[in-house]
Design a protein around this ligand. Structure first.
Ligand code: DAH
Length: 360
């Protein structure tokens, strides 16, 4: 039975050197498959004498079992090795910091509100709020805009419907954030230092106007607050907000019913090659209205104008967002186009703070 020993040696060697499950299967087929070498020898047993067959059959069975066992053992070993290799290759260091992933996008208006809140908070201003559906009185009367005043028409006001027969004065969608001055002073009295960012509404729609837009109101009342404090505050704000070394502001005499004197404020800028630069240059851009709070406004809010005085200002948030981040079209702000948001938006959880840099 020399050839059985040869077969044994040959197949045990093949099993040992099989490097993966596919080549191991080839070995199995060559030995034990239907047309395998050992299977064919089994078939030959039929032509043998019974005595011879008994001996040869037993030996072949032993060989077959031996090779079968070797095949199984190797298969298990190859499987273990494959698993180990996979575990090695897919190993994951769970202690590594996570990779930054964008979870939604912060709208430029929200970003700018966070930025200006951080800047004014640093100067001691708290955030005040008021309703967007506002009474006639807070939106106009208390701000020294009586019913027949032409400023009422200029505001293109949205009026809320009243039920038929209900002839109380109508509520309006607030046309500016100035009514929050009245609410804040009525609640808190003087001294007071607040800003009030929020939505405002006017019936106006073109390239530079949308029926809803955003303003931030500022109010500082104390014993001796003056226009000089207003100028310093606004310069300080603009430097921090536009993230430039210096800015130049220009105060132009103006008129608002709720301030006396009143000023509109322009910031120096330049347009070079279609690029807007803030802070220096040969052009001026209007950014806000301001003034010393009118004594009648203080009185309407229960603050004694013989004891207290101060400044107020109102600034368009969308406008300064466009200026700072080079966004060309106001209307796109409110179209909820995801492509626009991904382009102009800011990473969530990256909340502006003065120490780290506002927009970094
Ligand atoms: N409320 C004004 C507007 O919407 C802006 C404004 C001007 C606010 C002067 C003020 C101010 O507080 O002092 O046009």
């Amino acid at each position: 039975m020399d050839d059985l020993d040869t077969l044994r040696a040959k197949y045990l060697a093949s099993v040992a050197s099989a490097s993966d499950e596919a080549s191991l299967e080839d070995v199995r087929l060559a030995a034990l498959g239907k047309k395998g070498e050992i299977s064919l020898k089994m078939r030959d047993l039929g032509q043998m004498e019974p005595a011879q067959r008994q001996v040869a059959g037993a030996m072949l069975n032993v060989l077959k079992d031996e090779i079968d066992a070797a095949l199984r053992a190797k298969k298990t070993a190859l499987g273990d090795a494959a698993l180990n290799e996979r575990l090695r290759a897919e190993w994951l260091d769970v202690t590594l910091p996570s990779r930054g992933r964008r979870v939604g996008t912060i709208h430029p208006v929200s970003q700018v509100m966070d930025e200006l809140t951080a800047i004014f908070a640093d100067m001691g201003f708290a955030v005040a709020e008021g309703p967007q559906v506002e009474s006639d009185w807070y939106n106009f009367d208390a701000l020294n805009i009586p019913p027949e005043h032409p400023a009422r028409q200029e505001h293109d006001t949205f009026f809320m419907n009243r039920a038929p027969g209900d002839d109380r004065p109508p509520h309006v969608l607030r046309t500016h954030t100035s009514p929050v001055q009245i609410r804040a002073m009525t609640e808190q009295g003087a001294p007071i230092r607040v800003i009030a960012p929020g939505r405002v509404y006017r019936m106006d729609m073109d390239q530079t106007h949308t029926p809803m837009f955003h303003q931030v109101e500022g109010l500082a009342i104390d014993r001796d607050i003056s226009m000089a404090n207003l100028k310093w505050t606004l310069e300080e704000f603009c430097r921090a907000f536009f993230e430039v070394q210096s800015v130049e502001l220009r105060f132009r005499a103006s008129h608002f019913p709720f301030t006396e004197p009143s000023a509109e404020v322009d910031i120096r800028c330049s347009w070079e090659g279609g690029q807007l630069k803030i802070g220096q240059g040969d052009k001026w851009m209007e950014i806000l209205g301001s003034g010393m709070v009118h004594p009648k406004v203080l009185a309407a809010a229960g603050v004694d104008p013989t004891q207290w005085q101060g400044f107020a200002f109102g600034m368009g948030i969308d406008r300064i967002a466009m200026l700072k981040y080079g966004i060309p079209d106001l209307r796109a702000f409110f179209e909820s186009d995801l492509r626009w948001l991904r382009h102009y938006g800011f990473a969530a959880l990256d909340i502006p703070d003065l120490a780290r840099g506002l927009s970094s």
